[in-house]
Structures are given as structure tokens and as C-alpha cells.
Ligand binder design. Structure first.
Ligand code: ATP
Ligand code: MG
Length: 330
């Protein structure tokens, strides 16, 4: 067998290595985290649903809360916390057997503490299994509390929603992601440029997991984390190039603008990649008058819609640039 002589870190994804252990280390969503901290101190956790986009700290926060409620005691964590996620079978049988058994189990806990069932990625539970939980949640609520994490709270059936406190998590802000990434850069002693960090934040779109994963991949791929390498890793068109393309179009230099589009197209970027980055670049293009910016965004929006409808051709994008070039001075 080949001997493994990687440094240990290589085996642990940074998203796990740097997953916060305590609520105070979870970044962003201040109010939500504060209410969780209050619950952690006072105990008596309500049933709850944590909902929001991927990679922003839902699973992390529930695990932190559970750890703090169990006084950071690994034995209690094992006995009094049942964690089930999408990789476990969570059909009706599991609800009837495993969850019920856990709810019936006697565990001695500190005062004001209950056993916790964490149902992660709950949107992937069938509604039948969710229906089967309704009574269980009620019957055992004096000893067992449920926490659901999901991307859309609407995927949780109404009767469960009405039994839960709903906590919403928002996309993380750019400076929140920046701060977390900088910490990792320091700890891992990585060579990372400022434009590299900016590129990571731009491509993360508020998703911390994405930001950290891209940082790690860029580092392993190229050692040096700069913008160029980040865009190579995430395989998305460089916003500077897109911004140049759009600016040339709005000045009326359609030929030059089209030649950039051709370059991107020949590199294999899809219409949807190009139009999505165009939108995000234009959103903050404060060099243009507001009127003009909004008109350009409108044109990009229409193109986006047509692409989603299935017309994702080079011609569609060329048409977009041509319309932008005809806006003139506004
Ligand atoms: N608010 C945050 N503060 C610090 N680190 C975070 C935060 N959110 C996410 N992370 C990092 O990203 C990783 C993934 O986060 P987490 O598992 O909490 O996402 P999630 O919201 O549950 O996403 P999903 O909906 O995909 O399950 C964590 O391990 C952690 O490293
Ligand atoms: Mg999760």
C-alpha cells in the first residue's frame, strides 16, 4: 500500500477545520445568533426551524447551540443529541422507530435542558415523514426538542412550522466573509493578494462555504491566491473582462466589445455564466449615471430571461451588447 505522507491538514477540508465550535465564533446574522446565545444560556430550547441559503451557518449554529446546551460535554452530546441529515434515511420508519426511541430514552440532563433532535437538510424529508413527526413532537416535547435546518422553510409542512420558532439566516456580507477568510489565510500562512481575496468574495456571493472551499482549492492548485488563479479555479469569467466588455458596449465601441465576447465564448464560458457575471458587475458600476445603469441592467435582465428560456446562443449575447451600445447618452 502506498504510504501516505501528506501533512495532516491536507486531509481535512478547511470548511470543517474552521467550522466554529461556539456561537460567539459564528459570523454574521447577529440578531439570530444573539437569540440562539440567549437560548444557550437559559436553556429551554423551543422547537425551531433555521432556514436560509446554503453555506451561511445553519448547521454550524445548531451544532454550536447543542454543544453549549450540553455544557460542551462529549458524553452528553452523544447521549442527548440525535443528528440526522440528508445522507441518513429519514422516511416514516425512521421517524416511527429511531426518533421515537430516542425521544422515549431517559437521559439525565442539567436543569432546563432537553434532548435535541437535529433534522438537518429537512427540506429533503418527505411530507409523509414530516406528518409522522407531528404527534411525536407534541407528546415528547417536555423532554425532547426538535431543530430543523433547511434552505426553504416553505418545504416544511405547515403543522410543523406552527410548532416551531422560525429563525431566518441571511446571506453573509462581503466584509463578514472577508474577515473569516483573512483569519484562515493567516493561520495557514498562505500567500494571498488583495485582489485574490476580492475575487473570492465576489465569487462566493455571500456563501461562506463556497468562499472557504475556493480559497483552499486555489491554494492547492496554484499556491499563490490571486484573482487570476481564483477565477481559473471557479471557472467563471473574470469580472474585469466582463466589465471592460460592457463599458465598451455602452460607449458605442461595439466591435471591441464583441471581440471580448468572442474571446470569452471561445474559452468555453456559457451564456449563463457571462450574463450572470454581467449583471453582478453592472449592479455596482457607479461610474455610469443611474439611468444608464438601470437601462443596461434591464437589457441584461431580458437577455438572462431568454437564456433561461433556452435561447443560450452567442447571437443572444451579441444582441445584448448591441442593444447596450444603442442606448447612447442618458
Ligand atoms: N456564519 C458563519 N461563520 C463562520 N463560518 C461559517 C459560517 N457559515 C458557514 N461557515 C463555514 O462554512 C461551512 C458550512 O457551513 P454550514 O454547514 O453551517 O452551512 P449551512 O448553512 O448548513 O448550509 P446548507 O444549507 O448547505 O446545509 C462551515 O463548516 C464553516 O466553515
Ligand atoms: Mg447545513
Amino acid at each position: 500500500m502506498a504510504e501516505k505522507n501528506y501533512p495532516l491538514d491536507l486531509e481535512l477540508p478547511w470548511v470543517e477545520k474552521y467550522r466554529p465550535k461556539y456561537l460567539k465564533d459564528v459570523v454574521g446574522n447577529k440578531e439570530t445568533i444573539q437569540s440562539l446565545e440567549r437560548i444557550a444560556q437559559e436553556g429551554n430550547m423551543p422547537h425551531m426551524i433555521l432556514s436560509g441559503l446554503p453555506g451561511i451557518g445553519k448547521t454550524t449554529s445548531i451544532l454550536c447551540l447543542a454543544r453549549e446546551l450540553m455544557n460542551d460535554d462529549p458524553k452528553l452530546m452523544k447521549e442527548a443529541v440525535l443528528e440526522l441529515n440528508a445522507s441518513d434515511d429519514r422516511g416514516i420508519d425512521v421517524v416511527r422507530n429511531q426518533i421515537k426511541q430516542f425521544a422515549q430514552k431517559k437521559v439525565s440532563l442539567p436543569s432546563n435542558r432537553e434532548k435535541i433532535v437535529i433534522l438537518d437538510e429537512a427540506d429533503s424529508m418527505t411530507s409523509g415523514a414530516q406528518q409522522a413527526l407531528r404527534r411525536t413532537m407534541e407528546i415528547y416535547s417536555s423532554t425532547t426538542r426538535f431543530a430543523f435546518a433547511c434552505n426553504q422553510s416553505s418545504k416544511i409542512i405547515e403543522p410543523i412550522q406552527s410548532r416551531c420558532a422560525i429563525l431566518r439566516f441571511n446571506r453573509l456580507k462581503d466584509d463578514e466573509i472577508l474577515e473569516a477568510l483573512q483569519k484562515i489565510v493567516e493561520k495557514e500562512k498562505i500567500e494571498c493578494t488583495e485582489d485574490g481575496l476580492a475575487a473570492l468574495i465576489f465569487t462566493a456571493e455571500g456563501d461562506m462555504r463556497q468562499g472557504i472551499n475556493n480559497l483552499q482549492s486555489t491554494y492547492y492548485g496554484f499556491k499563490l491566491v490571486n484573482a487570476e488563479n481564483v477565477y481559473k479555479i471557479v471557472d467563471s469569467p473574470h469580472p474585469l473582462l466582463i466589465s471592460k466588455m460592457l463599458m465598451l458596449a455602452q460607449e458605442g465601441s461595439i466591435e471591441d466589445s464583441l471581440s471580448i465576447l468572442k474571446q470569452l465564448w471561445d474559452k468555453g464560458y456559457s451564456a449563463i455564466d457571462i450574463v450572470t457575471v454581467s449583471f453582478r458587475v453592472m449592479k455596482t458600476m457607479y461610474k455610469l449615471s443611474e439611468n444608464k445603469r438601470l437601462e443596461v441592467i434591464r437589457i441584461i435582465g431580458f437577455t438572462h430571461m431568454r437564456i433561461l428560456e433556452g435561447v443560450s446562443t452567442y447571437l443572444q449575447l451579441a444582441g445584448m451588447l448591441s442593444k447596450i451600445s444603442q442606448l447612447g447618452k442618458i
